[in-house]
Design a protein around this ligand. Structure first.
Ligand SMILES: Cc1ncc(C[n+]2csc(CCOP(=O)(O)OP(=O)(O)O)c2C)c(N)n1
Ligand SMILES: [Mg+2]
Length: 322
């Protein structure tokens, strides 16, 4: 649909590779879960890969990222070493936080990744404060804050957007609207219907687009990022997307139909990106080679991460957390 996008083919190819990395990484993580090698729970972003990759690739490498509980895609899109991310998830010493943080408390300050966050809406004021610091220090970076539709019902969202707008803070609020916050649907929890509809109340520009289409995400993120970086104040981007898995590891998905799931699977971001590449003359053999190379990388990552020494914490496995 947007294959006339300004995105050059090498960049589109790199986005495709990164989305594959996120997908295969989480599939491998799922396998490690079934072998009882991962403590606690985890929230998978399979299906949503285009959101993280599209927005992060439209920004600068030193823009500050703030994430939420569904953060593996954000971590990998930012370019953290996947082996160290996996080591962290497995509670190993060489993980980004010494194996103590795990999925929901992982940060990499040297890469301007301020952290995943288990508190729904908890990252939004952190992002707003970081944006205040950047403005105060007159630095050129902006903050990109990822959160879900459910988080947009928290007070932290409304307080943050109000303050960021009044103080013209350099922050792009990115809502990954995947239709549900745990089991509650957007239609029964978001009074305005869409999250973007809330932006005018805070006097900031907003746009929304198909979050399954990598080029649409990039092309909608870019002008908002430009607006934010110009000093004109914050902006809001709403991405319509879908998590293929349940909310976390303990979710039978009783609140949605298999038909609805199939409809979203038919719009898969990886399939769409592969189609776009083919339209631009990339052969199926080249696409298969990229997939194969990412597969090999993931095998190595899992192998290396599971050989790392455990961190100092009590790494009791199999904890239950919603
Ligand atoms: C303050 C707070 N309330 C409730 C929870 C439990 N909880 C964890 S994730 C979640 C839903 C978040 O939904 P959304 O923001 O849409 O993100 P998604 O899981 O869909 O990516 C809730 C309610 C929590 N972690 N923190
Ligand atoms: Mg949600």
């Amino acid at each position: 649909m947007l294959n006339d996008s300004a995105c050059p083919t090498p960049e589109l190819t790199e986005c495709f590779r990164k989305m594959l990395l996120i997908r295969y990484f989480e599939e491998a993580l799922s396998d490690l879960f079934s072998r009882n090698m991962v403590g606690g729970t985890s929230h998978f972003c399979i299906g949503q890969e285009a959101c993280a990759v599209g927005v992060v690739s439209a920004g600068q490498p030193d823009d500050v990222i703030v994430s939420n509980h569904r953060g593996h895609g954000h971590l990998l899109a930012r370019g953290l070493d996947p082996m160290r991310v996996m080591a962290e998830l497995l509670g190993r010493k060489t993980g980004y936080c010494g194996g103590r943080g795990g999925s929901q408390h992982m940060c990499a300050m040297d890469l301007a990744f301020l952290g995943t966050n288990g508190i729904t809406g908890g990252g939004i004021p952190i992002a707003t404060g970081a944006a205040f610091a950047l403005k105060y220090q007159e630095r050129p970076q902006i903050v990109i804050a990822f959160f879900g539709d459910g988080a947009s019902n928290q007070g932290t969202f409304h307080e943050s957007l109000n303050m960021a707008s009044l103080w013209k803070l350099p922050v792009l609020y990115v809502c990954e609207n995947n239709l549900y916050g745990m089991s509650i649907s957007v239609s029964s929890s978001v009074a305005s219907g869409t999250v973007a509809a809330r932006a005018p109340a805070y006097n900031m520009p907003a746009s929304s687009c198909d979050g399954m289409d990598i080029l649409a995400v990039r092309d909608h993120a870019a002008p908002l990022i430009e607006h934010v970086r110009s000093g004109a104040g914050p902006a809001l981007l709403e991405l319509h997307t879908y998590r293929y898995c349940g909310h976390s590891k303990n979710d039978a998905r009783l609140y949605r139909t298999r038909e609805e799931e199939a409809e979203w699977h038919s719009r898969d971001c990886l399939d769409q990106a592969a189609n776009l590449l083919r339209e631009r003359g990339i052969s199926q053999a080249e696409i298969d080679a990229i997939k194969q190379a990412v597969n090999v990388d993931i095998e190595r990552i899992v192998d290396e991460a599971s050989q790392q020494p455990y961190g100092d914490q009590d790494h009791a496995l199999g904890g239950v957390y919603a």
